[in-house]
Write a protein of this length. Structure first.
Length: 257
């Protein structure tokens, strides 16, 4: 008969009486030959019985109803429909809230007329004027190409204003996208590095003709107006009283097209 080593796990299993009969006999024989180990195992057995005695009152208590497995399953089954209804209600509320914002955004009109044009000019200024690498797509040296490009995209003749008499030289320009279609943007700077932007595009049904009015958006200030269905806006960071003569010059030249 081959005897397997008697490990500490086997000793605890012997105390808990969970060994197979053959293995239990082997451990019993080992303990008979090793009285010091048998004494230690007897101590394990005594501790086990003391623990059982101490916990007996608790073990004999009836199981609380809330811990009864069948009751727990039954309770969860009863609560499931309301829980799902609650989730569905929350989803509906969320969708309703989102729909409310969508409806609100579709009901509340975005700026129109000169206000929209001035805002678009301010956006273009804020994006491109600070750019020191490529503020324009087509440089002033290719002004003829620039005029042909923007005129074809706006479907009407466009003139690049000459603002040399106002102290500004043309840097170039580009096409920009707006909510109301493409617009032509022309950029100028002066001897001090200050830049201004002129934005022009066809107007919608609103403000086909509108007098020049002061506009501001953040740091960008300027003027916007419309003549014969074409809108113009000049913006920069100079004071309004400084920019008004420049805007007047843009308007004068545009009317000669």
């Amino acid at each position: 008969m081959n005897h397997r080593p008697i490990t500490e796990d086997y000793l605890h299993a012997y105390v808990d009486d969970v060994l197979e009969p053959e293995r239990r006999a082997e451990v019993g024989a080992y303990l008979a030959d090793h009285p010091e180990v048998a004494k230690r195992v007897a101590g394990f057995a005594d501790q086990r019985e003391m623990l059982r005695a101490a916990l007996a009152p608790i073990a004999e208590e009836p199981l609380p109803p809330e811990l009864n497995l069948s009751r727990i399953m039954e309770s969860r089954t009863r609560r499931s429909p309301p829980a799902w209804w609650a989730i569905a209600a929350m989803l509906l509320l969320s969708i309703g809230g989102l729909g409310g914002w969508v409806v609100r955004s579709s009901v509340e009109p975005s700026p129109g007329g000169l206000a929209a044009l001035a805002q678009e000019a301010a956006y273009s200024y804020n994006v491109y004027a600070p750019d020191r690498v490529r503020p324009v797509e087509v440089r002033a040296s290719d002004a003829a190409q620039l005029v042909q490009w923007v005129s074809s995209r706006l479907n009407r003749p466009v003139r690049v204003p000459d603002l040399a008499s106002s102290g500004y030289r043309l840097m170039g320009g580009r096409l920009v996208a707006t909510q109301h279609g493409p617009a032509a943007m022309f950029m100028y700077d002066d001897d001090h590095g200050s830049r201004v932007v002129v934005l022009t595009r066809p107007m919608t049904s609103a403000d086909q003709n509108a007098p020049m009015t002061a506009q501001s958006s953040g740091r960008a200030t300027g003027f916007a107006w419309a003549d014969d269905g074409i809108g113009y806006s000049l913006v920069g960071e100079a004071p309004a009283e400084t920019l008004r003569p420049v805007a007047n010059e843009v308007q004068r030249q545009a009317r000669t097209i």
